[in-house]
Ligand binder design. Structure first.
Ligand code: GLA
Length: 694
């Protein structure tokens, strides 16, 4: 019997696989980084025989299949007209260096080969799988796992998301149970629950977290295996018969990004780093994220060149740096019944085209951005009248509309070519620096994988032809936020719900997966359109500060006081954006309803503190900052707050000092006892600077 160990390391985690003879490598370890000389015992050596088992009992490997003694979750369900469905792979080749590993498996009887790839980027493990049909008949794939990951028996809680339009990324914390868990998205795009993703907590508080980098149907399962562990799988969801692999053809899964971390915050930081490493910034570098204004809630469909020019003037005077003309600018688009598909300016609203407006915006020192929804078509459009066959349709079935629109079949070359030409013509004719790329419905009938790959190909083609363009991805708010499309975009619209109290948890949950510079966070109106609730301008601004700051209203509707408050927060955002973006982010809670977000490092932190609900304690809670340096003393300075911390309610001396000249405290005190907070009324926030006091 030959044994070989395969090991790769991330910055603070390790995976170890065990190869026995030519068998598929066994999962032996995924956890905290081990010393280089740690030698695990072989699994065979430590596993006693169990009754009613095969004599050679299979254990969890990196690509488990059913049929020869592994009765747990399979990584593959595939067949050729019912044959070749029980697969048995052996290892053909392995390539391994310190950070990456690729394993080639082969089943000569079923005529299949598989390449599994694992690579650490920082502390995030990227895993992906490719299957090739080596036979001479087509292979139907019902399921293939992008990754099969082991979770130890001491995992106790699982946090994952659900959501809907105007209520994205709702976090659920549930106990891990041996009944298992299956989460499946069948909507045809990522959806308002976010991508397949979860955070699994162990009894000691450490975290296993993973997300699938894919914008379509997806499946995530956690199954208990009575060998004593959970098996965690991610993959695409296919409709029956969808994936038919021709002889010689290869199917590649999306990536899974996974991390083992000592805390929820380090797991999110590993995700942020992995997504940043894939970010496609023009010229390979993120520019400071410009203050953004979007026309949607200001005008909906009711705008024209003169109104937009005046809007641009008002925006520029507030310090806005990018203006995005949202829906309603193109031919025949006066409401949501018509126009999608006809991507030329509406002759009544924009008789001179968009160039005069874009030039006006540019002359004011702002960038001009434009909303498009390329994958959609209204039946009342020239495009649909010319090409009704371009809309997705199941043979002999009706086509269900949603928001009065149909979905174009993105698998068709002619559809993608026509869409590319329409977008390319616009980008050539008008100085557009930014596209808000929307997708306002679920897919019925299903478009499947081909639809997603078609959309990716179109975005990639637009970016290749116009590399200076930035793209914001939107799908009725945050319906297409995932690490797959993050490789081809520069911002996500988080939600159409601008109620600051809805946004607060929603944005915090998105930040578990995606870094703050990619999360569009706008100051909306009061009362807010989605919920009719009223919130102060300052509180709305403070909540928008936690992402890529923007405005979703017409400044003409503001009184002088609110305009001045907004303009102050815009200036603050510009001062702070280098610290808010690209660095480490921590989130936490303090007692009695306080939530906070910190950006920076142990040298210097920017701390955002929010109180949504009224206080119930007589004395405000303290806020512990465990990321600080216990050996240092820190100066705490007040940068901005939405409350008068000196008058109402009355504050302790400490806070009056923080506000006026700063106060210092020992790192060790801040880490273990915490920062004393001022008394705060509901719907208020503080922005603080905490830096080593030299
Ligand atoms: C979606 C988006 C909004 C806006 C509208 C336009 O709902 O989420 O921000 O762009 O479409 O129709």
């Amino acid at each position: 019997m030959t044994h070989r160990w395969l090991r790769i390391d991330g910055s603070s985690s390790t995976i170890i696989l065990e190869c026995v003879n030519k068998g598929v490598p066994l999962w032996r370890y995924w956890g905290p980084k081990l010393r280089a000389d740690v030698k695990p015992p072989s699994l065979g050596q430590v596993t006693p025989p169990a009754s009613f088992s095969l004599d050679a009992r299979p254990q969890l490997n990196v690509f488990p299949t059913n049929g020869f003694g592994w009765f747990g979750a399979p990584a593959l369900r595939a067949h050729r007209d019912g044959a070749d469905s029980a697969q048995l792979f052996s290892t053909e080749d392995v390539r391994c260096d310190e950070r990456s590993l690729s394993i080639i498996l082969c089943d000569r009887v079923a005529a299949l080969s598989v390449t599994l790839s694992f690579a650490f980027e920082g502390n995030a493990l990227r895993a992906t799988t490719a299957l090739t049909n080596e036979g001479d008949r087509p292979l139907s794939i019902d399921w293939i796992a992008a990754a099969t990951l082991p979770l130890p028996a001491n995992t106790i809680h699982r946090q994952a998301f659900t959501g809907r339009h105007n209520g994205e990324f709702v976090l659920h914390n549930e106990r891990m149970t041996q009944a298992g868990w299956h989460q499946e998205n069948r909507r045809g795009l990522t959806g308002h629950s976010g991508p397949a993703a979860a955070f699994v907590e162990t009894t000691t508080g450490t975290i296993y977290a993973a997300q699938l980098a894919w914008s379509g149907n997806a499946i995530q399962t956690i199954e208990w295996n009575d060998e004593g562990h959970f098996v965690w799988q991610f993959g695409e969801g296919f409709t029956p018969g969808e994936i038919m692999l021709s002889p010689g053809e290869t199917h590649s899964t999306p990536d899974v990004i996974a991390t083992y971390a000592f805390s929820m915050n380090s797991a999110a930081q590993a995700f942020h780093a992995a997504i940043r490493a894939r970010s496609p910034w023009p010229d390979s570098r993120m520019r400071p994220r410009p203050v953004h204004i979007n026309s949607w809630e200001a005008f909906y469909f009711d705008h024209d060149e003169a109104r937009l020019m005046a809007f641009a003037d008002r925006a520029a005077s507030l310090g806005v740096e990018r203006l995005v003309l949202d829906d309603g600018w193109f031919k025949g688009r006066h409401n949501d019944m018509s126009g999608l598909g006809d991507w030329t300016p509406d002759p009544d609203k924009y008789p001179n085209g968009l160039k005069p407006l874009a030039d006006h915006v540019t002359a004011l020192g702002m960038e001009f951005g434009l909303w498009v929804e390329p994958e959609m078509v209204n039946e009342d459009s020239d495009l649909f009248r010319a090409h009704p066959e371009w809309a997705l349709q199941a043979a002999d079935r009706s086509r269900p509309t949603a928001r009065n629109q149909l979905v174009l079949n993105m698998a068709r070359d002619d559809v993608r070519d026509a869409l590319f030409k329409a977008i390319d013509d616009l980008l050539n004719a008008v100085p557009i620096r930014y596209l808000k790329w929307d997708h306002n419905r679920d897919l019925a009938p299903p478009g499947g994988r081909a639809q997603i790959l078609g959309a990716y190909a179109l975005i990639d083609r637009v970016r290749a032809a116009h590399p200076h363009i930035e793209i914001e991805i939107c799908a009725g708010g945050g319906g297409r936020i995932d690490a797959g499309i993050a490789e081809r975009c520069h911002r996500f619209w988080a939600s159409d719900n601008l109620d600051a109290n809805v946004r607060l948890p929603l944005q915090r949950n998105i930040l578990r997966l995606i870094p703050p510079e990619l999360m569009g966070a706008h100051v909306g109106t009061s009362p807010t359109h989605a919920t009719s609730r009223m919130q102060s301008m300052a509180y709305r601004c403070a909540v928008a500060l936690s992402g890529h700051f923007g405005i979703e209203m017409d400044p003409a509707t503001l009184d002088d006081n609110d305009r001045a408050v907004l303009s102050d927060w815009i200036a603050l955002y510009k001062d702070l954006r280098d610290r808010l973006h690209q660095g480490n982010v921590w989130q936490g809670t303090a007692n009695d309803g306080i939530v906070w977000q910190a950006h920076g490092d142990a040298q210097r932190l920017l701390l955002l503190v929010y109180r949504e609900a009224p206080e119930t304690w007589r004395t405000p809670s303290a806020l512990t900052l465990s990321m600080l340096d216990a050996t240092k003393r820190y100066l705490i300075r007040h940068l901005k707050s939405t409350v008068s911390t000196t008058h109402s309610p009355a504050q302790a001396d400490f806070w009056c000092d923080v506000q006026h000249k700063g106060q210092s405290l020992d790192g060790e005190w801040l880490m273990h006892i915490g920062l004393p907070l001022p008394s705060m009324n509901a719907e208020n926030a503080l922005v603080l600077d905490i830096a080593i006091d030299c």
